[in-house]
Design a protein around this ligand. Structure first.
Ligand SMILES: Cc1ncc(C[n+]2csc(CCOP(=O)(O)OP(=O)(O)O)c2C)c(N)n1
Ligand code: SF4
Ligand SMILES: [Mg+2]
Length: 330
């Protein structure tokens, strides 16, 4: 809304300048080392107290609403599994109407909606698409722990190729049951929604402060915006909770989860493997029990797919097209 006062969130340049206030605190029962919980903590910290959160069914609903406890300091509402987009639109449009009618003061109130990879990346994708075609101020965060974690680790469209889940157990006949390549949600939304001026991918803990600043940038840009986070999950990925940060970092440094932001159609890489190099995907995969059944041939296949993405795609991580014009002139 043009007439609303603008909050210009400053870039957080050092850890010491990170706001001390917490809006997602104790009172939750997420697993030790849960990076999705870090996403909750960080987005609310970056956005501050004038924020309403809504979130679809999943770990970040269930583990945050144990009987008579909650970690949320800001107002929070649960919404149905596929309804993240609708709840963001409804909340933002409702605030706009209340302000227009003079029922509440005119001020900037952030509407941030989160959804899991199943809720947002599979079931609720159409609702998110609808939300990104509005002129409403809303930020949708897809927290991606690569499974339907809350219901005991079933594969989703965003689960990494080859991973063991309760839907895809390796067996004698088929070593690999998860044979789909990860759905590339952020670019799909960026390319198809000109009204959405900010799309980013992120990891809560790597690079340091990156996610906090992306949340702030999305809120500064305004309108409908979208961030896809990469969230190591000790339970679903089968590793000791102390390695969550390390796995997030390895996922990015191996290039398997590209890190970038797209603002008004311009992409910049927050971790650019062309400049910083890539570690072998093996280093990332072999630290997780969900990939323990993979053999060299499987790892080579995954490495080959990641190499192709970075070396041959027209826009690495985003557009899997290979321009013949460009290739011909190379
Ligand atoms: C329409 C509907 N179908 C199934 C369920 C059961 N269910 C609850 S949470 C969940 C998994 C959600 O997965 P995701 O969105 O990835 O969030 P996560 O649990 O991983 O945090 C499922 C299948 C439901 N609540 N609603
Ligand atoms: S299962 Fe995974 S996403 Fe769910 S609370 Fe535990 S660590 Fe977090
Ligand atoms: Mg999930």
């Amino acid at each position: 809304m043009a007439e609303l006062p603008v909050i210009d969130y400053e870039r957080i340049t050092t850890v010491h300048k990170t706001p001390l206030e917490e809006f997602y605190t104790s009172g939750h029962r997420t697993c030790q080392g849960c990076e999705s919980a870090m996403v909750m903590r960080d987005f609310s910290k970056a956005a501050g107290p004038r924020t309403i959160a809504t979130g679809s069914t999943g770990c970040m609903y269930v583990a945050n609403t144990s009987y008579q406890t909650t970690p949320w300091i800001i107002p929070w509402m649960h919404t149905q599994l596929g309804a993240a987009g609708a709840s963001a639109v409804g909340t933002s449009a409702g605030l706009r109407a209340l302000m227009r009618k003079g029922k509440i003061p005119k001020e900037k109130i952030n509407v941030i909606t989160f959804c899991g990879d199943l809720g947002g990346g599979d079931m609720g994708l159409s609702g998110i698409s609808g939300a990104l075609q509005t002129d409403l101020d809303l930020l949708i965060i897809l927290y991606d722990n690569e499974s339907a974690a809350n219901t005991d680790i079933q594969a989703t469209g965003l689960t990494t190729y080859g991973a063991q889940t309760t839907f895809t157990p390796p067996g004698k006949k088929h070593r690999i049951m998860q044979r789909r390549w990860k759905k590339n949600v952020a670019p799909m939304l960026a390319v198809g929604h000109p009204t959405c001026r900010y799309v980013a991918t992120a990891c809560a803990t790597y690079p340091q402060l990156d996610f906090l600043n992306k949340v702030r940038k999305a809120l500064n840009v305004g309108g409908p915006t979208f961030i896809h986070t990469f969230d190591p999950c000790p339970k679903g990925w089968d590793y000791h909770p102390r390695y969550s940060h390390e796995l997030g970092e390895l996922g990015i440094r191996s290039g398997i989860f590209p890190l970038y932001e797209i603002i008004d159609g311009k992409i910049s890489y927050t971790y650019d493997p062309h400049k910083k190099g890539r570690v072998p995907v093996r280093d990332y995969l072999m630290k997780q029990g969900r990939f323990a059944h993979l053999i060299d041939e499987d790892i080579d296949y995954i490495q080959g797919m990641v190499d192709t993405m970075w070396d041959e795609w027209e826009i690495p991580g985003v557009a899997p097209f290979k321009s013949e014009l460009q290739l011909a002139s190379n």
